[in-house]
Design a protein. Sequence first.
Lengths: 292, 252, 334
Amino acid sequence: MSLEHILSIGAGILLDGLAYGMVLFIVSVGLSVTMGLMGFANLAHGAFAMAGGYVTVSMMSALGVPFELALVCAFVLVGAASVPFERLLYARLYRAGELDQVLLTIGLVFMTIAAFTYAYGPAPQAIRVPRYLSGSVDFGFRTFAAYRLFMVLVGALMMGALWYGFERTSLGARIRAAVDNRRMAQSIGIDVDRLFTLTFALGSGLAALGGGLAVNLTGLTPTFAIQYLVFFLIVVAVGGAGSIKGTVLAALVLGVTDNAGKYLFPAGGAFFIYAATIALLLAKPAGLYGKE
Amino acid sequence: MSGTAALETRGLHKNFGALQVARGIDFRLERGARCALIGPNGAGKTSFVNLLTGALRPSAGSVLLHGEEVTRLSQSERARRGIARTFQINQLFRGLTVLDNVCLAVGERTGACNNLWRAAGARRETADEAVALLEALRLQEDALRPVSELAYGRQRLVEIAIALGQRPKVLLLDEPAAGVPSAESHIILDVIESLPQDIAVLIIEHDMDVVFRFARSITVLVAGAVLMQGTPQEVAADERVRTLYLGEQAHG
Amino acid sequence: MARSERASGAAAAEFLLKRHTLRPAEALPWLIGIGAYFAFPDYMALGTQILIGVMFALSLDLVLGYAGIVTLGHAAFFGTGAYAAALLAARLGWSEPLSGLAFAGVCAALAGFVSGWVLLRYRGLTLLMLTLATAIMLYELGNARADITGGYDGVTGITIKPLFGRFDYDLYGHTYYLYALAVLFVLFVVARRIVYSPFGQALVGIRENLRRMEAIGSPVHRRLVAIYTIAAAMAGVAGGLYAQSNAFVTLSALGFERSASVLVMLILGGTGRLYGAFLGAAIYMLLEDSLAKLSPEFWEFGVGLVLVLTVLFARGGLLGLLERAARRARGLWR
């Protein structure tokens, strides 16, 4: 194997891994912030991502909406739809233990999976991405799939937008304050409940956006909600709940490592991810950037 | 002031990043002492108790229990060596009966809780001792009621009963009468006054009447450091204490 | 002290001392179990699986209901026991059933002890994630070593010698049913003793207020590891019986679906009551057997809905509802 060959394969794994990592990041960031803000273990977060995928696909196939617009619709519709869930169900369990939260949200996941299986059937959904995204781009030393590059680009833009939103806007400042110390934030007049509903809606919307992007990468079946839930949870737990930086790092590392593991060890390469997760959590139980 | 102290700290430091909650605290609690720990809010009194019990690990310095170094030991290991505490906010087993609450303390102390085969009911000793303790605190009528049903003042008594169930040699009481309506607080104070003489008691308090009624020595803690330690008369007369702490009360 | 005051103290002690005595109602599950043998001879295979489900849920109740350890990976021990028994019979040719079960229990106990020692220093969401990741890691390990586990196809060709050399296994599962019932009885007796012992009370204390338990000198970590190991052993025995009665095992014995469904069974029945495991497992598996075949989607939706409703309105599960009803009935009677 020549050096060139190895570099070429390495670059492929890296790009695929980064693309996957970007999807993980976009979906998980909402979960990380809501968990950091309210300490609520929301196992139904994957269901919002899945819903986003189905909304995207449906808008395109049933209404002929172009891909980019369908993604935005998924963001808006699922984000808005998540609000009644938060107000009517989740809000009742903020003081409850994590068992109750886990049980409630697992129950919601089961219901969601069943509903989507009934509506769409168990087969994977077909999606036709626009022409400019479906080919490869030639970089000279090798070609890369256009869609993967697109994902990395969208992810980077999202990172920038979120960074700006968190560091430079007053909303972001309020969220950061409330994540850091909820009681203190309340005492200086921040309406934490309303803040949480807004954050929850944004996070669910982002999850939906990520889900829509993921369809062409991972495929979409009604079991998506549970299948990838573990990865979203790992990203949040390892990165540290409430930390965007942590989510970015954990998502990208997880994406690349998982991809590399599966490529190099097709049978059971996934083992390494879980072993690494366990090792990391044992060393830093609150995650890389979590609150101690 | 001779012989081994019941509880002692040497150069105890604790900081959370830039925040210093304990600065080089040297403290002695003699056997059978009746000592009060006072100081303004945020002085680090509860943190100090946490450092004594092992709930907090110090950044530097050492804690000695009966002359034995216990700084490396966990909270439960220290408790087994004779330190008991009550919490400022009740930490009870709310769903359990009053009797069960105290039985847990007694059972853990005697090692009964290591037994996973014989029914708890097969051994009388734990239950009898717990009932005797409740009777001493006049709680026996509520013995079978869930703790959550009791009035706050009586819950506070259960909190003390649990600590006493450990038969401690050192007892740390964190604001025992806090939050208790004044009609009920005298019961708690009576209980504290009638504690066995061989137990060393440290009580964190804000109410100066309680402090002067109960304490034979007072330690004043300000911003994580000991300002002074002495008899109630010495402390009351000290200028720095007057201005810093009692002065606030004098000026209303 | 007034005589009435002393009397109430003594009365309280007496109540405490009698708490563990058997109540007549406790014979009910066993009467039903034996009755089912005679009343439903064609359903013994299902019956055996239900008994196995009860065993599994019972082991989870010790960990979750009594000690308050929230785990999403309990199937790891069920699966370990299942594969231990399966491989012992199929690959090593040792087909004596009872020692196979014991072997399964020991293997699972070992897994429980090692993982518990490491993981039970953590709490809350971190512990949840660790238990989930450990179970999935074991699953992936099983996937990777398909040479041992048979991978997707699983371990087949398990033959079990007749019980005690005499009771052979008929096609209808009668022997297995009674075998499972006997094993469940033994496991239940052990669980009941633990729960009513001072150790069991300490577990409840740890669940109710960890801080307090540490402050009174309880060696919390040791206690949690002890119950985790015992529960793992029980789950392993259930898994072993699963392997023996089905004569084959696949990776599903280790999977997340199994961890999730046993959790649902226990919550449905009611945690921290031992008998919740009986009620929840029996009802869940009976319903699953009849409904899941008709429409898997409706079944899954129903399970999710029941879970949501239980968490919101009936936190004590079915037993909790029954207790509430009984209390109200007793109130009306007076």
